[in-house]
Design a protein around this ligand. Structure first.
Ligand code: 4AD
Length: 494
């Protein structure tokens, strides 16, 4: 092809391209017009929290949720609707022609209308409804919660399937969710790798025998046949699995369900709870662990206070008044450190009568822990270096005399007592083997001894009870009020 012919055919293709582009652009305009037209007609679905922030002001929107209050006037109907996205409910204003007897406290509704600035001071925005649809009826006579009544945590606990509909419990669940994010963020920002430790395990990490055994249904008929060939249990701690991983990743953590068959109805024990556990390699002293515990507590709490201010306020103002001051002191002050021996000294010199003994070698009970925290000015306090014989096989021997202690630490906090338990781990093969042999566990834990054979380093870690953490920051007295579905002896509702 000559140069001229080539140029001509190029120009022809450009012209064709331009013509095609023009047609396309024209049809695009038609399409975009029809999309815009369509948008104007279809209401945008909004979360209540979005509506309350004034998103889509003046536009046609749709919200869905549950009625928290109903007020009928001659010409108007006022509703408050909540969908769990915030503590505040959205005010709906409708003409009385939209009034329906099924619009009752607790019923589910879908509302369409225009979002407007509100003339009332209490809320900046309200929804002027043009359509109200009752999606799910609720008979207010049978519903266990009553309009405008502030029910106690104890009362709503009787209805684990419905209590998320109350202000207090929905606030609690939002805080719980945000605290989970805060804890994960803390570990991410500090170079920890998250490990999913198993729920089913063949070890009893704590050696306390508080185990739920996992068996096949009806296995008792099969002459001892066992699904796993070995006895298996629900985990009491992910620590030993974390220790495996700390031998490769230096800093690891896990955050998951943990099970203890404690026959306890106490206000701080559950049969199923969530535990945050961390394990750190190349530690030099307990201080390496206490620093992580204090930083984790303060950073997670700051995050929760910043991201759930309204929900936390509901607790601090109406459920546990006065607790905010206690929390502020905890956040401002450095946590204290005392040894177990000093703690025993304080308890022995106290004029308070304790139900349990306070001599050296006795385990600290809740009453002792609470007394120690008060004695220290209601500031969290680390108690270190417990009697060697009180601690599980993994705790590092301090090899001290005459008091024989282990490098273990508990963090005690106001109102709750023990929040965290941890220790340096026995990394020395000969000492660990001797202790396991003494307990007749050297065969069971031969894999654990291997960790001390192949690149063993000083390391340690701790576990934080997540429900106790929530109790501590909110001032909630009973652990059953900070978990969605509490499990404890003689109770497994739902
Ligand atoms: O002190 P614990 O038993 O420590 C361990 O399990 C270690 N293996 C953890 C580790 O070092 N990785 O438990 C840790 C925390 C306690 O301080 C307490 O806050 C909480 O877990 N906890 C419970 N929370 C609710 N109900 C129970 N039955 C609990 N038992 C322990």
């Amino acid at each position: 092809m000559s140069f001229c012919a080539c140029r001509l055919s190029f120009l022809a293709s450009v012209t064709m391209f331009q013509a095609a582009a023009k047609t396309l652009s024209a049809s695009c305009q038609a399409v975009s017009f029809s999309i815009r037209h369509y948008c104007r007609k279809t209401p945008t679905k909004l979360r209540i929290s979005e509506a309350l922030s004034g998103a889509k002001l003046g536009e046609n929107v749709k919200v869905q949720g549950w009625i928290r209050s109903v007020r009928r006037q001659k010409s108007n109907l006022f509703l408050h609707v909540n969908d769990g996205s915030s503590l505040q409910s959205l005010q709906i204003v409708a003409g009385s022609q939209l009034s329906d007897p099924l619009l009752t406290f607790g019923s589910a509704v879908e509302v369409t209308g225009v979002l407007k600035e509100s003339p009332h001071q209490k809320q900046p925005f309200e929804l002027e409804a043009d359509q109200l649809h009752v999606a799910g009826e609720c008979n207010p006579m049978d519903f266990p919660f009553k309009i405008k009544e502030r029910h106690s945590l104890e009362y709503i606990r009787q209805f684990p399937h419905l209590r998320c509909r109350t202000n207090a419990f929905s606030s609690l669940l939002r805080i719980r969710s945000e605290a989970t994010t805060a804890i994960n963020s803390y570990f991410k920002e500090n170079g920890f790798v998250q490990i999913h430790t198993p729920v089913i395990t063949s070890n009893d990490c704590e050696g306390a025998g508080e185990l739920f055994q996992v068996e096949l249904l009806g296995s008792e008929n099969e002459e001892g046949e066992n699904f796993f060939s070995v006895p298996a249990f629900l985990t009491v701690s992910g620590q030993l699995h974390l220790e495996v991983m700390s031998g490769a990743f230096t800093r690891v953590y896990t955050f998951g369900p943990t099970f203890r068959a404690e026959n306890s109805q106490s206000r701080r024990h559950l049969a199923e709870f969530y535990m945050v556990e961390a394990e750190v390699s190349f530690t030099q002293s307990l201080e390496d662990l206490t620093k992580v515990m204090e930083d984790l507590f303060k950073s997670a709490t700051e995050h929760v206070l910043a991201h759930c201010a309204e929900d936390v306020d509901l607790f601090h103002k109406h459920v546990t008044p006065g607790h905010r001051d206690t929390l502020d002191v905890m956040m401002k002050r450095r946590f204290l450190v005392i040894t177990y021996s000093e703690a025993i000294d304080i308890l022995s010199r106290s004029s308070q009568k304790f139900a349990f003994p306070t001599n050296w070698g006795c385990d600290l009970q809740t009453e002792h822990e609470k007394y120690l925290v008060k004695h220290c000015g209601n500031i969290p306090v680390f108690v270190t270096d417990y009697p060697y014989d009180l601690k599980p096989f993994y705790a590092r021997d301090n090899q001290d005399n005459p008091a024989h202690t282990a490098a273990a630490v508990d963090l005690l906090v106001p109102g709750v007592g023990e929040l965290c338990g941890g220790s340096l781990r026995e990394e020395r093969l000969d000492l660990l083997r001797a202790r396991l042999e003494e307990a007749g566990l050297d065969d069971t834990y031969s894999w654990y001894l291997d960790l001390r054979r192949f690149g063993s380093v000083p390391h340690g870690g701790f576990g934080l009870g997540f429900e106790r953490y929530l109790q501590c920051i909110l001032g909630v007295d009973n652990i059953k009020d900070v978990i969605p579905f509490p499990r404890f002896s003689n109770s497994c509702l739902l």
